[in-house]
Design a protein around this ligand. Structure first.
Ligand SMILES: Nc1ncnc2c1ncn2[C@@H]1O[C@H](COP(=O)(O)OP(=O)(O)O)[C@@H](O)[C@H]1O
Ligand SMILES: CC(=O)N[C@@H](CCC(=O)OP(=O)(O)O)C(=O)O
Length: 262
């Protein structure tokens, strides 16, 4: 990491694959504890928790292009799973490692959300951002914001936002650096070998060939979008590297797949 980048907040996006693995959460917060000189923000999803809760309540959840169709009736369950259970589960681990987490939605983080389209119902996108005054205040006061991907419109409607999209919006509004932390070491090729660097052409090729698929499709597309918006490389990295006690953030930055147009 460049010297002039050390003050930039670092946004770690964690998804359901990290959330369901206590070792992964503990490794992350142990790592953050050892790197307190940075301003950390966590943006999280928990799509697998939403799937399981909706299922238990008798709903058959549907997705379109990787995004959940979130009906009004399902929203209390979705909000409970993401803003409640997932958010507090992450806080549990942060507190264990002597950190000061603070659970937030996209609203408190300064992101205004709107409906994507009628067909996706209460699924939203991050529309506009205001100055992230609260986030800046919290991070510079030693707190770690744990931001779920539930957002609100100015009319007070609630929306379910894809967490990779939410993380990109937070990175944009805070001018931060972003790492998408997941359960694989990065983006893998057809031989299951780590791809060091991806640009837009390569991403389109691998998605068309279905070598990149499922949740990784949204992730690489969001990583590419984030890279363009931030004019900076974005990493997709596996949590396992955090187990290395000697790792520093600059190493972490370089292990995994770099998504960049630059
Ligand atoms: N080319 C690929 N390289 C790595 N993982 C891939 C690839 N294509 C599909 N995947 C799948 O994408 C998953 C990561 O996406 P997802 O489950 O949505 O992660 P998260 O829960 O961390 O957001 C991996 O566990 C893997 O099963
Ligand atoms: C609109 C939409 O699809 N929202 C996602 C939000 C959670 C999420 O993105 O979780 P991961 O990071 O674990 O994938 C969902 O309901 O699954």
């Amino acid at each position: 990491m460049e010297d002039n980048d050390t003050q930039k907040p670092i946004i770690i996006k964690i998804g359901g694959s990290i959330l369901k693995n206590p070792n992964a959460l503990d490794s992350l917060f142990s790592f953050i504890n050892k790197n307190k000189q940075f301003n950390w923000l966590i943006v999280h999803g928990g799509g697998n928790v939403v799937d399981s809760w909706l299922n238990k309540m008798g709903y058959i959840s549907k997705k379109h292009d990787g995004l959940r169709i979130s009906s009004k009736e399902e929203m209390p369950i979705i909000v409970g799973a993401l803003a409640g259970y997932a958010n507090k589960k992450i806080m549990k681990s942060a507190i264990k490692f002597d950190l000061r987490p603070i659970g937030l939605s996209l609203f408190e983080a300064g992101i205004n959300v709107k409906q994507k389209n009628d067909a996706l119902k209460q699924t939203g996108f991050c529309d506009s951002t205001s100055e992230p005054l609260l986030l800046t205040h919290l991070t510079t006061s030693g707190y770690i914001p744990i931001i779920c991907s539930i957002g609100f419109s100015q009319m007070g409607e609630w929306f379910n936002v894809n967490a990779d999209e939410a993380a990109t919006a937070i990175a944009k509004s805070t001018n931060g650096k972003i790492v998408f932390l997941t359960d694989v070491s990065g983006v893998l090729d057809q031989h299951q070998t780590l791809i060091q660097k991806l640009n837009e052409d390569k991403i389109n090729d691998l998605v068309n060939k279905e070598i990149i698929k499922d949740g990784m499709t949204v992730k690489v597309k969001e990583a590419l979008k984030a890279s363009k918006v931030l004019k900076d490389g974005v990493y997709i990295t596996g949590w396992q590297i955090l187990k290395n006690a000697d790792l520093s953030f600059s190493d972490m930055n370089q292990l995994g797949t770099l998504v960049s147009e630059f």
